[in-house]
Design a protein. Sequence first.
Length: 105
Amino acid sequence: MTNTKKVLLLGKGGIVVADVEDQLSTTGFELYGGGSIDDLRATFSSTAIDHVIMGAGLPLEVRLEIVREIFLLSNTTTVHIKDYESGPDGFVPFVRSVLAGIATP
């Protein structure tokens, strides 16, 4: 049995998983990317997601709609939302911190 955690990264314009993987050690994680509630629904329909990490570039109403949809679709998925202040350059450090916090020892 694998301890690989499935993580959906959501952000403005869609998240390119390969870009994130190039900057981070993602051992123990299977990353998915997207930029909309439709991407979220498509991903959730094909796999069980353990964690969603969302950037602040999406409009507030969209982020709130996404959070609501996650909680309607899953009783086990956690949601991590980045602050607005650190800007786009803060996304990868935020993802790094969240992944470190949820990594299986």
